[in-house]
Design a protein around this ligand. Structure first.
Ligand SMILES: *[C@@H]1O[C@H](CO)[C@@H](O)[C@H](O)[C@H]1NC(C)=O
Ligand SMILES: *[C@@H]1O[C@H](CO)[C@@H](O)[C@H](O)[C@H]1NC(C)=O
Ligand SMILES: *[C@@H]1O[C@H](CO)[C@@H](O)[C@H](O)[C@H]1NC(C)=O
Ligand SMILES: *[C@@H]1O[C@H](CO)[C@@H](O)[C@H](O)[C@H]1NC(C)=O
Length: 396
């Protein structure tokens, strides 16, 4: 296992060095990493501090590499060829790589009326959306389970269009396969003006497992302007570490040790951590959220399901929000946790903040978005002696 990991590190460091003009520090050997707290976003794995935006670009790339290696599996580079066409309301996307081809075809639901000159703003619905459809915003319906995790069980490993292209033994779990496909949708929209979508104003949303997928897509596709994970729970906005702590305190919460056996959302590489200790991961999901910064992120939660770990999500996302703070962009990150209601049935209490995010980041209107609201009794601040024993710089 280790030689493969080290050659991956070497390859990745080389790529990072190219992208970042050789300025990024190399990732050290982390095999004996053990940290009960949320890893400090503002310290590289080698111990150096992150003080500038340029440092963060390197740290973000480091986090991306580590998350792909230990949890999500490898996100393939751009494919050899992507061809798109738009007919009726269907965007047909054909992707060729290494001599193999796949085709998938999201449908688009358009607002009524004439498209704005720049095209319609849009939300990519990861398996559809569970937020109310905003007027003046198109919905791109992405059938993610055709790509990966089609039977929602462990037998779905390596099955789906993504794996037809990259092989059934690809390291990617479903989350990365879905994010890869979202990237192809963005490619297709950019090359297909006849679809009339404003590619500078595209968001992504999904609920529950698809909320996990929406967050991963937002983290790995920098062209997305707005990311809205809804009730995404463990594997989404939750912290692996805090969820373990909540379960240990007797509240039945989904943790890594259960999640990795339930489905194929993560890479098989994650098993080694899920079956031993998540403290060995040199990241947690506050850093997945942080990868979205400074683009807009609106986290929607529901306090009614212990299994979703709402306090875990709160802690991780407040910790993630420190990146927007460091960038002077905290208006672009909001959290809303509503009182108990049916899973994925959007409550009206969250509508004002959702509308503010849609208005500001998709419709170029005013909106009061820098809000953290919870119907729970949660408090979480950074620094926190137990979970976040680190301080927040202002990037210079
Ligand atoms: C990890 O750190 C904790 C807390 O310091 C310690 O109790 C535990 O034994 C360590 N685990 C390993 C595998 O080193
Ligand atoms: C896309 O793939 C489909 C299915 O293989 C095929 O029918 C279609 O001709 C392809 N379109 C383009 C533009 O290559
Ligand atoms: C949410 O409401 C349902 C139905 O009333 C109830 O069974 C459940 O225990 C509630 N959840 C919490 C966390 O209180
Ligand atoms: C908040 O605390 C109050 C008083 O301790 C309690 O009655 C209430 O149920 C708590 N609410 C939640 C959502 O935990």
């Amino acid at each position: 296992m280790y030689p493969r990991i080290f050659s991956f590190i070497t390859t990745t460091c080389l790529l990072l060095a190219l992208v970042h003009a050789q300025a990024c520090p190399a990732i050290p050997d982390l095999t004996s990493y053990n940290n009960t707290a949320l890893p400090d976003p503002f310290t590289f794995a080698n111990g150096n501090k992150v003080v500038t935006l340029e440092d963060w670009a390197c740290r973000r790339a480091e986090i991306s590499t580590l998350m792909q290696m230990d949890e999500l599996g490898v996100l393939p580079d751009d494919p050899d060829l992507t061809v798109a066409s738009f007919t009726g309301n269907t965007l047909t996307i054909n992707v060729t790589d290494g001599g193999k081809s796949i085709s998938f075809a999201p449908t688009i639901t358009f607002p009524s009326g004439r498209a704005p000159a720049a095209g319609w703003p849009a939300i990519i619905g990861m398996g559809g959306i569970s937020i109310p459809r905003p007027s003046s915003v198109a919905i791109i319906n992405f059938n993610n389970e055709q790509m990966a995790n089609q039977d929602s069980n462990p037998a779905s490993r390596g099955v789906g269009l993504f794996f037809n292209l990259y092989g059934s033994d690809a390291s990617a779990g479903a989350m990365i396969a879905w994010a890869w496909a979202v990237r192809r949708i963005m490619d297709a929209l950019e090359m297909t003006p006849s679809a009339k979508i404003n590619t500078a104003r595209v968001g992504v949303s999904g609920c529950s497992r698809n909320g996990k997928g929406a967050l991963v897509a937002g983290a790995f596709e920098p062209r997305l302007a707005l990311t809205i994970p809804q009730e995404s729970g463990s594997g989404g906005t939750d912290s692996w570490r805090i969820s373990d702590f909540i379960l240990a305190s007797g509240i039945l919460t989904q943790t890594a040790s259960e999640l990795h056996t339930e489905n194929v959302w993560m890479s098989p590489n994650f098993d080694a951590f899920a079956t031993t200790s998540v403290n060995r991961l040199p990241f947690d999901h506050h850093l997945l959220g942080a990868m979205v910064a400074p683009r807009a992120l609106f986290v929607i939660d529901n306090l009614g399901y212990d299994w979703l770990g709402p306090f875990s999500s709160f802690g991780a996302m407040v910790a993630a929000r420190t990146l927007w703070t460091a960038m002077g962009a905290s208006d672009s990150m909001g959290i809303s946790q509503a009182a108990n209601h049916t899973h994925c049935v959007f409550p009206s209490t969250q509508q004002p903040l959702l509308t503010a995010f849609i208005n500001k980041f998709l419709l170029d209107q005013e909106g009061d978005t820098g809000v953290v609201e919870t119907a729970g009794n949660y408090t979480f601040e950074v620094p926190d002696a137990q979970w976040a024993p680190w301080s927040v710089p202002s990037f210079v």
